[in-house]
Design a binder for this molecule. Structure first.
Ligand code: DGJ
Length: 307
């Protein structure tokens, strides 16, 4: 099944799929695409697909009108939107917590006109595509927190990763057993190197982190680092893709089982941002990641991909 590597799919109603800065995860035999939807009072949308090509709109899982309740473990600001000001939610990602049986939604929270609040926010739901309950926003252990992602390890431990200290550093936080709170700061990565758009995956026991530079909505050279222990030493960064990462910014890496090869393929999902004033024209870039040995990664340009 071939398709263009740069695309903006339409859902079953003919509407563009708005799931920017998002993730595609597999759950109960289906793929779910969760990401930013800034239309109207919506903030986070969820779509579903059996084949990664045809996407069915499921729900606006977080809206300005979502119910809110206090966070069970930490003081948070419960206002999703501040009256008269609004709110901006970016890079939402969910994790399924086996211990609680619930989905935790982590995201970046800001007032609409700037990025000064630098907070993360959390919501929770019993189903992946249901109506999430907002648990509030906060700065993890007091640190600034902007672009973010999540990672779940095979042993059930889960992590929130975000750009800290005005984007100068990248923080890896370990989450509490219910995935709804920050437990501790595990690692400060690449201090002073100004990275954004982190996404983490694991292959053959090696952790990889993709990040971009910080140039707003304009694409730049992405890079990757690797580690054998998430909380331990990480490699220096190496370039990934071309100088604009094929005009995209990383948002997620999706493992897809390749039955013929008997192992997983890993697909790079990036945002080709429409930019300020053209946000809703933003497209997606999907390209296969290639590996040389266990720790070398490359991303090459393809006009068409075969799903
Ligand atoms: C780059 C970030 O990765 C995006 O999520 C968004 O915050 C833009 N910057 C805004 O300029």
């Amino acid at each position: 099944m071939k398709q263009k590597s740069v695309f903006l799919p339409r859902d079953q109603f003919g509407q563009p799929v708005h799931a920017h800065g998002g993730q595609i995860v597999s759950h109960q035999g289906m793929y779910y695409w969760i990401g930013e939807d800034r239309t109207g009072r919506n903030r986070v949308a969820c779509y579903r697909s059996a084949n990664l090509r045809d996407w069915e709109f499921r729900n606006h899982i977080l809206t300005v009108d979502s119910p809110a309740k206090p966070h069970p473990q930490m003081p948070t600001d419960l206002r999703l939107c501040v009256e008269g000001a609004g709110c901006n939610i970016e890079r939402p990602k969910v994790l399924f917590c086996r211990e609680s049986g619930q989905f935790a939604l982590w995201m970046h929270w800001e007032l609409p006109d700037n990025y000064l609040e630098a907070r993360c926010a959390v919501a929770v739901c019993d189903t992946i595509d249901g109506d999430y309950t907002y648990l509030g926003s906060f700065r993890p252990i007091g640190h600034m927190s902007r672009d973010c992602t999540v990672f779940q390890d095979e042993d059930g431990s889960a992590y929130f990763i975000s750009s800290a200290r005005d984007n100068f550093d990248t923080h890896i936080y370990r989450l509490s057993p219910d995935y709804l709170a920050i437990d501790r700061l595990e690692r400060v990565l690449w201090p002073g190197q100004q990275r954004e758009a982190a996404t983490v995956f694991k292959r053959r026991g090696v952790y990889f982190m993709l990040t971009s530079g910080c140039t707003g909505w304009t694409p730049n050279q992405s890079s990757y680092g690797w580690a054998r222990n998430l909380a331990g030493e990480w490699s220096i960064r190496r370039n990934l893709g071309d100088e604009t990462t094929f005009r995209s910014q990383p948002t997620w890496v999706l493992p897809v089982y390749n039955a013929a090869a008997g192992e997983f393929d890993y697909w790079y999902l990036g945002d080709r941002w429409g930019g300020r004033g053209h946000y809703f024209e933003s497209q997606y870039v999907l390209l296969p990641l290639r590996f040389a040995g266990d720790t070398e990664l490359s991303l090459e340009w393809l006009e068409e991909i075969d799903l």
